[in-house]
Ligand binder design. Sequence first.
Ligand code: SIN
Length: 288
Amino acid sequence: MSDLEVCPFDAPLGAEIRGVDISKPLTPSAVETIRTAWHDHLVLLFRDQDMSDAQHFAFTAQFGTLDYPPELLLAIAAGEVRVEDEPMAINVISNVIENGKPIGVLGNGEAFWHSDSTFVEIPPAASLLRSLEVPDSGGDTYFMNMYQALETLPDELRQAIKGKSSKHDAAYSSSGKRRPQFTELDPSKSTGPIHPLERTHPDTGRKSLYLGRRLGSYIVGLPLDESEDLLDRIWDHITEGDFIWAQQWRVGDLVWWDNRCAMHRRDAFDPNVRRTMHRTQLAGDRPY
Ligand code: SIN
């Protein structure tokens, strides 16, 4: 008999998975229970997990194909590196500086609402973030249920986005930093993949709102000012809504989210306190 338990949060999304040591290979039935919980609850929390990066990769690989960290996905998309030459790399998210160099990305600032790496044609299906060092306060991560964001959209906005798609350019990181290789400032003229605003989840068949991030976004076919206005109204709706669950980190937490139907953001924290996370990702799928 397995001790594995799925304990949903009293929140619009999220569940804690208890009674399983994810550093070890899972039974086929545990894989299926966790996969179903992922589809049902969008965000899963595993606490008190003591694992290496190799075990983190091995856990992830039981659910699909591993994907590369954002900067490598961009380099692959730009043809700067070849997939077959690239070893899989852990994505380090950290404010720690060692020998004068950051050991990871994002620093200590806020990360704005986003889905991961939607600036490539096939964005990751999931991200799995594991905490190695955390501050006593600050640095919480928030998750938004994008099924509910769509379902609660006022009729007028739902009609306005019907059949429309948006461009997801890579000009800005989730901390709002501009990537220097992207020089076009007008999002209607920049390059980037086009994704539908309303996307159908390939496993659940449910529709969700798919926005990527606000900065650099553009609704294809509209004059820029109309696109900005419509995007502002959509973002006002979702950020005022109540579709959110917040994770307060402890060392040894692993949080896994569905990147296709949940967005996330992170609070800023004290720059003098260390916060380090390691992240793996599961490759995405088409069609929507
Ligand atoms: C991210 O925005 O992907 C990082 C989340 C975090 O650091 O909590």
